[in-house]
Structures are given as C-alpha cells and as structure tokens.
Write a protein that binds this ligand. Structure first.
Ligand code: CMC
Length: 443
C-alpha cells in the first residue's frame, strides 16, 4: 500500500493510498480522510464497487462506522473527551445533566439553558401509569436488566407523540423523555424485584438524588438522601455518559439506521450493554472478587487468567480501545476512596482485595505485554457496593447513565446525510452449490 497526495480542481490537496491488486494487475486509489484528531482513515466506501473486494474486520477493530463530533478517545494515551472537554474536567466541575446537555447540543449550557433543560428533564420523570402494570408481568426474581429491556421497548407503545424520527421536535422530546424516564424505570425494576412498592419521582430533587430516593426510600419512613452518595452517583453517571462507538452504541445506531423509533433502539442498546464483556462487567467484577475471596488466592486466579485453555478472564481488566489506564478508572479510583472515607468504611475487604489484585496484575508481564489495565468497571463495581447498591443493579446504573450517549449518537446519526442502513457483508465459508437431497435419501 503506498500513499500519495494530489491537488483537486479547487486547489485543495487530497491524499490517497494506492492498493495494488496482483490478480487484475491494477492499482486502485482510496481517499484518505482526516478528522480533527485521531488516526487518518482510509475511505473504503467504494472499494467493492471499484475493485470487487470486501474488507474483513470481525469486531470492527480497524473500522470506523461513522463520523462523529461527540466523543474522542485516544486509547494509547488514555484520553477521553466529550465535545473537546476532558472527562477529568467534566467529572470535577460539571454535573450529569450539564454533561447530558453538552453531549446532546454540543456546548456546555449557559445558566438559562441549564435551567430550562433541567426543568424539562425533571418534568418528564413520571411514567404513564399504565406502564407500571408491565412490571407485574415479570417474575419477582427477574434480573432488573431483563425488565429494563422489556419496559423501555414498550415505551414506544405509550409515547406516540415522539416516535416520528423525521420530526426534529419529536426527536428532541424522545431524547428528553428517555433521559428522564430511565432512572424511574430502573428504580421500579429494582423495587419490583425486592417486593417493595414503587416510589414515584420527586421534582424537588436533582437527577442523582431523585434516583437514590426512588431506589432506596419507602413510603413508611422518611429517607434523607446523603449528599455524598448523590455526588458519587452523579459522578458515576458522568463517567459512563458516552464512550464513542462501543458495542451498545453501535447497536443503537444500527437499529436506528433502519428508521426504528428511538425507544426500540435504546431497548436494543440495553440488551447489548448487558453482556459481561461490556456493561455487565461491573457486576462480574464483584462476583469475581467474591469468588477469589482472599488475597492468598489471587495468584491462582491470575494464573487462570493467563492460561489460554481456561476461558476465565480478570473482569474489569482490558479494553478494546484503551491500551493505557482507562481515564474513567483513574477518576473513579479516587472517587471510590473518597466514598469509603466519607462513609467511614475502613478496611473494606473487597476493596483491599481489589487493590492487591490491581497491583499484582499491573506488575505482571502477561498484563503489561498486552496492555491490560483496570477499566472503569473495576472501580464502579466496588464504589456501588460501598454505596449499598445490590450487584444486580450495577449494569442498570450503567444503562441509566449511558442513555444520553445512546440518544445523542442516535440523533447525530439521523441528521447525518452520509448514513445508510447498517448492513455489513461477510466472508462466506459455507457450502458451495449442491443438489437438493430428498428426505428419503438423507442419511
Ligand atoms: N484477562 C485476561 N486476559 C485478557 C483480558 C482479561 N480481562 N482481556 C484481554 N485478555 C487477553 C486475551 O486473552 C488476549 O490474549 P492473547 O493475545 O494471548 O490471545 C489479549 O489479551 C487481547 O484480548 P482480546 O480479547 O483480543 O481483546 P478485545 O479488545 O477483543 O477485548 C475486552 C476487550 C474488554 C472484551 C476484554 O479485555 C475483556 O474481556 N475484559 C474483561 C471484561 C471487562 O472488563 N469488560 C469491560 C470493558 S470496559 C466497559 C465498557 O466499555 O463496556
């Protein structure tokens, strides 16, 4: 592959890479695209049309599926920025709804915009009362993520005034409704699973405090939201708000590329998030720490993680994009210690185990060579446990936080004139043509 630069008729220079095909003895020029940051991108959109070849990239490790202005990640440097703002700054200075506005509208809100946005989100937190009956169709021991998938998908049956994807006002309404109603659905899924009555939202509380109220309060007694808990949850929401074209976001974009309504698309995103290789990892970290049990058993589990014949992996380690410390993990590691100090939790055995595991893994040649660092889930699981959340709610919290990322990316996709229905191709390795075998002749 060679690279060359040409002047276009307008005088701009256009870079290409040249691909030589020894079969046809021909060279093909593929345009090189340049973003504002990040590696340059070879434009293969017309590759098949011009050459008859597809590209092969399972897991899309070298494939950009869209243009986006929302989130930038430099995995080698451990950088995450939303709309140009460093995640560390957003976590330190903004709150979650401020970040939501930024992701959706491209700028940090001024005071008036922030007030109007908060007001609008706050006034969409209630669910249609009929929706609350949906929960009762589930078994009490259903995982809250299973309930979330179902109930969020069902929203499209209730909010007919926001499913026309071609109407910008309806799109805006749907995105606000989803951000506002997800915490209510999440809290109700939890309440249902433990047999407690649903707690309705309170508009005098902020986003994080209201979520804690709906999750932990009971009609029988007063519940005072701890500001430490509220701030910690808000920070966890900020750190999980968006992460570029990850599995669940790509799922939302692919579902949306067919013209499906936003509620159906977000339900698809929730399903994708649930897996232990993605959002389910925070729950898996806690399960793993419980399984390890004590520090003296860490070497055994490290050995298992390194054994290529053993499917066991260290949960909360490694990332498709970060080949450096996950910047979200760095913020959350600090936050995790703050929470434990504030709540007066000393010598939390799981945290001690986690710290030891982190140190051993960080100094192990296997993990160093493969650039496997702790990711955000490693610390979010421990923080959420310290805050009193049951493990079954960990991924649910991730889904609540990531909803804004999903809807911001979905909205961007709908407006992008270059987007087409998502339709990858394949390398077919099945049978070549063969004659149909009648039933009586089959062995
Ligand atoms: N423990 C042990 N070995 C690992 C781990 C791990 N957690 N992660 C990757 N490896 C090894 C893997 O076996 C492979 O080794 P080799 O080259 O010898 O075959 C090498 O590292 C590269 O792994 P990969 O599977 O090609 O990497 P990937 O980019 O496909 O996978 C990952 C990324 C996140 C799915 C994977 O690291 C993993 O399963 N981690 C544990 C689950 C987890 O914590 N997921 C949360 C991700 S962050 C939150 C989010 O964004 O959703």
């Amino acid at each position: 592959m060679t690279q060359k630069s040409e002047k276009t008729s307008s005088g701009d220079s256009m870079d290409h890479v040249s691909l030589f095909d020894p079969v046809s003895d021909q060279s093909f020029d593929l345009p090189l695209l340049t973003g504002t940051e990040g590696p340059r991108v070879i434009d293969v959109r017309h590759l098949y049309r011009d050459t008859g070849y597809f590209t092969y990239d399972p897991g899309y490790t070298s494939t950009g599926s869209c243009q986006s202005e929302i989130t930038f990640i430099d995995g080698e440097q451990g950088i995450l920025r939303h709309r140009g703002y460093a995640i560390e700054d957003l976590a330190a200075h903004s709150n979650y709804l401020g970040v939501c506005y930024l992701l959706l509208y491209g700028e940090l809100p001024n005071a008036k915009q922030k007030e109007a946005f908060v007001q609008d989100i706050t006034h969409h937190t209630l669910l249609h009362e009929q929706l609350t009956f949906f929960f009762r169709g589930f078994r009490r021991d259903a995982h809250p993520m299973a309930i979330m998938c179902g109930v969020v998908g069902a929203l499209s049956a209730f909010y007919h005034d926001s499913t026309d994807i071609n109407d910008p006002d309806q799109r805006r309404l749907a995105t606000h409704q989803l951000i506002a109603k997800m915490p209510t659905i999440a809290a109700m899924a939890y309440k249902y699973s433990i047999g407690q009555p649903f707690v309705y939202p309170r508009n005098d509380l902020d986003f994080a405090a209201n979520f804690l109220h709906m999750t932990f309060s009971l009609p029988a007694e007063e519940y005072k939201v701890s500001p430490v808990m509220a701030r910690a949850i808000d920070r966890i929401f900020i750190l999980h708000a968006d992460h570029e074209q990850n599995a669940s976001t790509s799922t939302v974009r692919i579902a949306g590329s067919s013209g499906a309504n936003p509620f159906a698309c977000i339900a698809a995103g929730i399903a994708s998030l649930w897996g232990p290789a993605h959002g389910g990892a925070n729950e898996a970290v806690l399960k793993m720490l419980g399984e390890i049990g004590s520090k003296d058993r860490i070497p055994e589990f490290i050995a298992r993680a390194k054994d290529d014949k053993d499917p066991f992996r260290l949960m909360g380690f490694g990332h498709r994009v970060y080949k450096n410390y996950d910047p979200r993990a760095a913020v959350l590691r600090e936050s995790c210690h703050e929470v434990l100090d504030e709540l007066g939790i000393e010598n939390e055995p799981l945290l001690e185990l986690a710290m030891e595991l982190e140190q051993i893994a960080l100094n192990d040649e296997y993990f160093i060579q493969r650039k496997l660092f702790p990711n955000v889930d490693f610390y979010s699981g421990i923080t959420l446990k310290a805050l009193g959340f049951p493990t079954s709610l960990f991924t649910v919290l991730f889904a609540v936080a990531r909803t804004v990322g999903w809807v911001a990316q979905w909205k961007e996709m709908i407006k992008d004139p270059e987007q087409k229905i998502g339709r990858p191709r394949q390398l077919y390795v099945g049978s070549t043509p063969r004659p149909y075998v009648p039933l009586h002749k089959r062995s």
